[in-house]
Design a protein. Structure first.
Length: 198
């Protein structure tokens, strides 16, 4: 075997080893639509290339949903996910680990274990909607937090916990649903529905 062929084979083998490494970043991804969850209520982990736009691409592949990107002055912009295109003061925004980055999704490089949330939002004078975060407090009991764009949380008073076709009001932002079979989630008017927990 010639020396050139040996070098070619070695380089090819190294490149093949690098392919899984390039897709090795695993992050949690969820996509909340205007009227329902589009992908990943329980925030599954997906293999993602590098950034928050790649996270949407991985979710779209895993969940077989449509999204569309336009490229403008600021760079790539996600102008549609699923059925609904952005328009007026509504559209698609994202958070990473509860914070809304002030730059485009392609500029937000992810770390393993990060949580990426894409969601439909309508912006008003006081900004966008809070996103709900569901935490388990003890067996059968949950806390619901409302998180703003800066990642600041407060108790989501009046949120509804939904499970197995029934609802329990979390008056002060927490409540017990008792024994249940399905996943628990929280909703609150004007806020983005929460992650789902067992
Ligand atoms: C309205 C608005 C939105 C609306 C757009 C609704 C729609 N109809 O499409 C919503 C709320 C959906 C939005 C989302 C986001 N936005 Co915005 N948005 C604006 C705002 C206030 C006005 C834009 C506008 O209407 N211009 C007038 C029209 C005529 O010009 P246009 O070029 O056609 O405008 C379009 C683009 O700006 C695009 N767009 C809006 N936001 C963003 C963000 C990025 C990164 C890109 C590439 C394009 C883009 O939507 C506009 C309407 O089609 C600007 C601030 C400003 N004053 O410019 C921020 C602004 C452009 N947004 C910004 C950001 C960071 C975002 C988000 C990345 C926030 C997030 N963490 O999710 C997301 C985009 C994520 C995605 N989908 O890819 C930053 C961009 C900063 C940067 N250098 O990258 C700006 C400058 C605000 C700021 N100062 O931080 N946004």
């Amino acid at each position: 075997m010639s020396r050139r062929l040996l070098i070619f084979l070695a380089v090819s083998a190294a490149a093949l080893l690098l392919v899984p490494a390039a897709l090795a970043l695993r992050v949690h991804v969820r996509v909340e639509g205007k009227t329902q969850t589009i992908f990943g209520a329980a925030e599954p982990t997906l293999a993602v290339k590098a950034n928050a736009l790649d996270a949407l691409e991985s979710a779209s592949l895993a969940g077989e949903f449509y999204y569309h990107v336009t490229v403008g002055g600021f760079g790539p912009y996600v102008d549609q996910i699923g059925r609904y295109p952005a328009g007026g003061s509504s559209g698609w925004v994202f958070k990473v680990n509860g914070l809304s980055p002030p730059v485009g999704a392609d500029a937000v490089v992810l770390k393993p274990g990060d949580r990426v949330l894409w969601y439909w939002a309508t912006f008003g004078p006081s900004g966008g909607p809070p996103t709900l975060v569901l935490r388990r407090a003890s067996r059968g009991c949950y806390r619901v937090l409302a998180q703003d764009d800066a990642g600041k949380t407060r108790a989501a008073r009046g949120a509804m916990l939904r499970v197995d076709g029934r609802s329990v009001r979390a008056r002060a932002g927490s409540a017990c649903v008792g024994a249940h079979r399905g996943l628990v989630r929280a909703t609150l008017k004007g806020a983005v529905r929460s992650n789902a927990l067992a």
